[in-house]
Design a binder for this molecule. Structure first.
Ligand code: CDT
Length: 306
């Protein structure tokens, strides 16, 4: 049957002072661990090369741009690409992308899918940017994704990857809370959707919300998405306290049944692995969620009108 051994490579905290070189060395170590377990696909977190910098108010654009990548692979990330290619492992990597397009500088919260031959097969730019653009000095931390990034312009796509042409989609963090994210990729035939996240333990919008509820909503979102589309979901955290600011863990691999089949139990660098059988999604996509037979899009029009 068509199977894919995947690893979610959870990162512990990355502090502001940590160098790219030291972070890439950690990613390399986890890729080696995934390889020793026979994994062919490694999913790293959102903004996996730096601290979660949108928590900091910065006015100097040059300071902000230090967190961005103007090329990928860059000299610092090349060792990861080279190791993955030598092992025949594909990966997902989240990073802040700085690009010049038609004479304009643009900045996105981006992820890429790299095939086992080392070539980048797909790029995604985060669509659902949470947080705010204005400075909130009274808040203990900021969530400035709306200031530092543009809304992604590439949509939700899927790509055929690996020897069995497994159809893989990707998204980033807050996207996982939106059912439309997964439904669009499901309609494009996704069998697996992978994503990375940085989720503060405190909800900036609801300071009284307890941390357990944050993790519950994370699990609820990815488990429902997996079941309702008959897909595997791999969700990888950057976790722990970055310069004292806490991001929750909860890295998980979810089966198309909606069950969590593997998960992290630390908030440190940790590799979580599972051998995913693509057939498991088929019965769901052929029965309860047979889109062609049972969907009624004529009654869903409001969703795209508002
Ligand atoms: N990185 C990211 O998208 N984090 C958000 C936090 C939302 S609270 C402003 C998330 O949905 O996990």
């Amino acid at each position: 049957s068509r199977r894919l051994k995947v690893s979610a490579a959870q990162l512990g905290p990355i502090h502001r002072a940590d160098s790219r070189k030291s972070v890439v060395a950690r990613l390399v170590e986890m890729l080696k661990e995934a390889d020793s377990r026979g994994s062919k696909f490694v999913v790293f977190p959102e903004l996996a090369l730096t601290t979660f910098f949108p928590r900091w108010w910065m006015e100097d654009q040059a300071e902000v741009d230090k967190y961005f990548e103007a090329q990928m692979p860059s000299p610092e990330t090349l060792p990861l690409f080279e190791l993955a290619r030598s092992k025949g492992i594909g990966f997902y990597l989240g990073y802040a992308e700085l690009t010049e397009e038609e004479g304009k500088t643009r900045r996105f919260n981006t992820s890429i899918l790299v095939g086992p031959d080392g070539r980048t097969v797909g790029k995604y730019r985060k669509v659902h940017l949470p947080g705010h653009a204005e400075h909130r000095p009274a808040s203990p931390y900021q969530h400035l994704e709306k200031k530092y990034f543009e809304v992604g312009d590439l949509g939700f796509n899927v790509w055929k990857m690996f020897k069995d042409d497994i159809i893989v989609g990707q998204c980033i963090c807050n996207d996982r809370r939106w059912p439309e994210t997964f439904r669009v990729m499901g309609l494009k035939g996704a069998e697996m959707v992978v994503l990375g996240y940085n989720t503060p333990t405190d909800n900036v919008y609801a300071p009284k919300e307890p941390p357990y509820l944050r993790v519950f909503h994370h699990n609820l979102s990815i488990q429902a998405a997996a079941y309702q589309n008959g897909i595997w979901v791999v969700a990888t955290a950057k976790a722990g306290k970055e310069d004292g600011f806490w991001l929750h863990g909860g890295t998980a691999i979810v089966a198309p049944t909606g069950e969590i089949v593997a998960k992290s139990n630390t908030e440190e660098d940790e590799v979580v692995s599972y051998d995913c059988d693509m057939e498991l999604g088929e019965y769901i996509r052929n029965t309860t969620f047979n889109f062609a037979k049972h969907r009624r899009p004529e009654h869903y029009k409001l969703i795209v009108e508002r």
